[in-house]
Ligand binder design. Structure first.
Ligand code: ZN
Length: 467
């Protein structure tokens, strides 16, 4: 299998450290708010990678952290703690907040058929490990104390900017506008390994440490949790592209300083989900969650299909139209798959031939849209009988996880609107659309969706189905 490696900026043959086994690490969510669908795109594509590795015969162990402490509002260790801000906003304790949003995150993952990683480790459960590793870094001369905090000394590593050939001066030390410079730092890219109470008096969760009562920095979490569960070598480290700097750069610096050898060979980064207004982010306010999509009558499987149609290394633009097209295509694809009769014997030679084409697509740096083309070809193929088609769809769906052969649960007949009443609503929605009153059109769609009535726009008009 060939994978693009952000570290070498090349597509490379994937060769794990130990034959047949893959240690995979995923940066998990900071649980201070709902995940937006852009965050979920990253987890979804990582899920496809994990499932394809298993499908290809590897034994995979996947580890994910949950950041419930130490992630400041700026990735470069400045500002307030995101968890603390969230707790204040929602009048919850930090732990209540973490539990609530961890559950919400995994509920979203389940709806999207994203498999739960083998190990899920909240940072608050690993503080002893952080202290042990930081002490070791201090002993080896990679850490120093200043102003009550412990910093990682980036001047001590041979090469700090491993991802790109940045000149030091090109980078504004990862400090965003409006954030004060940290005067304690010896070098501008140094980052905090351990904060003490001297800096954040109101931090809710604190632990005793050799450097005083305090809490760990965000970056050290991932290194320690990965090493604790996967040993000294990680095969694939995943994350969103915005984690490349400073987060992953810092992870590599401290892990390799601690281990004394290269740590992780392949870096897999998923690009952003953009809206017409730019990158979807929590700080910009109005972000789309999976629940909001569902309220609008969209299904999680439609979103999964929408993501799989694009390559993970391309920015994906979300708009009503692009989503609607994908959603319609998904519903048609699924009904075509379900309509295939289970007749005849599986043709082993034909099965193998199509499976090879599917693997060829996935082996080419996880080309999911080509893999879906193979799926369409299977459904179209005149030479394949029903049994072979169904077997192939079911086989590919082990990776794609689109529930293509899963019958929808039939809801009890709606006691609500009659067909004529629904048609009336559809006419009102069409009129609203024509008058460019999209808010009203969306409201009508959502109102019907709440009653289990799903609309599909086709070139010849809108049809409806009761779920
Ligand atoms: Zn991380």
């Amino acid at each position: 299998m060939k994978l693009y490696n952000t570290l070498t900026r090349q597509t490379e043959e994937f060769v794990p450290h130990e034959a047949g086994k893959v240690g995979m690490y995923t940066c998990g969510p900071t649980v201070y708010n709902f995940a937006h669908i852009g965050n979920l795109r990253t987890y979804l594509m990582e899920d496809v990678l994990e499932k394809y590795l298993r499908y290809a015969g590897y034994e995979v162990k996947r580890v994910m952290n949950i950041t419930d402490i130490g992630h400041l509002s700026d990735d470069a260790d400045s500002g307030e703690d995101k968890m603390l801000l969230g707790a204040k906003r929602e009048h919850k304790s930090v732990l209540e907040l973490a539990k609530f949003y961890t559950d919400a995150f995994f509920a979203d993952c389940e709806k999207l058929n994203i498999k739960r990683p083998d190990v899920v480790q909240p940072a608050t459960g690993c503080v002893e490990e952080f202290i042990r590793v930081i002490s070791e870094l201090e002993k080896k001369g990679f850490a120093y104390k200043a102003g009550g905090n412990v910093y990682f000394d980036t001047s001590k590593v041979r090469q700090y900017h491993v991802f790109f050939n940045f000149k030091e001066d090109d980078l504004e030390e990862g400090v965003r506008e409006g954030v004060d410079k940290d005067e304690n730092k010896r070098n501008k890219n140094d980052f905090v390994l351990w904060f003490t109470k001297s800096k954040f008096e109101d931090q809710a969760l604190k632990w005793d440490s050799p450097w005083g009562v305090g809490y760990p920095g965000w970056h050290i979490e991932c290194s320690c949790i990965a090493m604790k569960n996967l040993g000294e070598y990680v095969d694939i480290h995943c994350g969103g592209i915005d984690n490349v700097f400073p987060h992953h750069t810092n992870e590599i610096a401290q892990s390799e300083a601690y281990l004394g050898h290269p740590w992780c060979k392949y870096w897999f980064h998923v690009l952003h989900l953009n809206t017409s207004g730019g990158k979807m982010s929590k700080s910009s306010g109005g972000f789309l969650t999976l629940s909001k999509l569902q309220e609008e009558g969209r299904s999680p499987m439609e979103y999964r299909f929408f993501c799989l149609l694009s390559h993970y290394r391309k920015s994906l633009v979300y708009s009503e139209d692009t989503f609607e097209n994908a959603a319609n295509a998904y519903r048609k694809l699924k009904s075509r798959a379900l309509a295939v009769p289970a007749e005849g014997e599986i043709d082993a030679a034909a099965f193998k031939q199509y499976k090879e084409r599917f693997c060829e697509a996935m082996d080419a740096d996880l080309n999911t849209s080509s893999a879906i083309t193979v799926l369409y070809d299977v459904l179209k193929a005149k030479e394949l009988n029903g049994a072979t088609k169904r077997a192939l769809v079911s086989d590919f769906d082990r990776v794609l996880s689109l529930d293509l052969l899963k019958e929808e649960e039939k809801a009890a007949p709606a006691a609500g609107l009659s067909d004529a009443e629904i048609e009336e609503k559809i006419a009102a929605r069409a009129a609203a659309k024509k008058a460019k009153n999209y808010a009203e059109a969306d409201r009508i769609r959502a109102e019907l969706a709440q009653q289990g009535i799903v609309l599909t726009d086709t070139p010849s008009g809108t049809t409806f189905a009761r779920k």
